[in-house]
Design a protein around this ligand. Structure first.
Ligand SMILES: Nc1nc2c(ncn2[C@@H]2O[C@H](COP(=O)(O)OP(=O)(O)OP(=O)(O)O)[C@@H](O)[C@H]2O)c(=O)[nH]1
Ligand SMILES: [Mg+2]
Length: 292
């Protein structure tokens, strides 16, 4: 999985965020509920190691609810307060507000004990591209103050939004310049965090099909009529290709994704599957589990 995913605007965003951090009381980190490890913000450990942090798992509506519950327990055990939300509908927002209010109140009380009246709390919303930061900010504000869109890289500058006694800073999505491994890249691409132009759709699709064949074989049968006799264990695209190619064929024919001459349009098939996953048409799917 190649090339440019740390473009200039991400480096700049990181610089601007670092400049703002001194005045920030709490960091609100957004990660994707379907991949709560691979989608964690790579910049916070470097920039904001000592700031209190609340973790918000977005797209909980697309994730496997049992899996999300277990992630939240796991984070809780590690001392991290985590809440699951659907930022589009606002589901889960009350739990977040409770967690934030509890934190703000504790901070006020501590300061008051030292004779300081703190009126405004400042929070920074951080996370990888397209995870739902601006949508979440809009939900909190109760109106569309920040621009959103289903593409990574919509927000390009820092924007303050006032919500009650809290000021929140919406920030652009930032990825790590280098990923831990190929699989992290594949999951991020599948989730929508990486621009489509810079990954190989067929490889991401093959990864998704293999993963689903192991964890959610019924989803493949329901959506595409595939018969999963034996799950495919993902290794590399070269190794799994002979096993997934017949599925590409079958999906391509069923969908009429063909090129002149009658062969299937591999890229179109791949994008169909990826979009189906991203839009929840395969049912709720989690790509990472605490026990893995
Ligand atoms: N299903 C679902 N979709 C969501 C959720 N949160 C955000 N979205 C959608 O995801 C897309 C990206 O949302 P944004 O709020 O623009 O994401 P962002 O993190 O601000 O993205 P950048 O500014 O590009 O870094 C939009 O199409 C949202 O409608 C969620 O919890 N569930
Ligand atoms: Mg945004």
């Amino acid at each position: 999985m190649p090339i440019q995913w740390f473009p200039g605007h991400m480096a700049k965003a990181k610089r601007l965020m670092a400049e703002q951090l001194r005045g920030i009381d709490v960091v609100v980190e957004l990660a994707d509920a379907r991949l709560p490890v691979s989608s964690r913000s790579p910049v916070l450990d470097e920039l904001a190691r000592n700031k209190p942090r609340l973790l918000v798992l977005t797209r909980a509506d697309l994730a496997d609810p049992h899996c999300t519950e277990r992630w939240i327990e796991r984070f809780q055990r590690e001392g991290v307060t985590a809440v699951a939300v659907d930022a589009r509908t606002g589901q889960g927002l009350r739990a977040f507000k409770r967690a934030l209010d509890a934190w703000v109140q504790a901070k006020r009380d501590r300061l008051r004990a030292r004779g300081i009246e703190k009126v405004v709390t400042r929070g920074m919303i951080c996370g990888i591209p397209n995870v739902g930061k601006s949508t979440f900010v809009n939900q909190l504000a109760g109106r569309a103050v920040a621009r959103t869109g289903n593409l990574p890289g919509v927000t390009r500058s820092l924007q303050w939004i006032r919500v009650g006694h809290t000021e929140l800073l919406d920030t652009p999505g930032v990825l790590a310049p280098k990923l831990a491994d190929d699989e992290q890249g594949l999951k991020l691409a599948a989730s929508g965090a990486i621009k489509e132009e810079i990954f190989e759709a067929s490889e991401v699709c093959a990864y998704v099909l293999a993963y689903l064949s192991e964890r959610y074989p019924d989803a493949l049968t329901r959506r595409y009529g595939l018969r999963v006799d034996k799950p495919i264990a993902w290794t590399t695209i070269q190794e799994v290709w002979p096993a997934v190619e017949p599925w590409f064929e079958q999906i391509g024919r069923a969908r009429g994704a063909l090129v002149a001459g009658g062969a299937i349009d591999e890229e179109r098939v791949a994008k169909t599957v990826i979009h189906d996953l991203q839009e929840g048409r395969l049912g709720p799917v989690s790509l990472e589990w605490p026990e893995d």
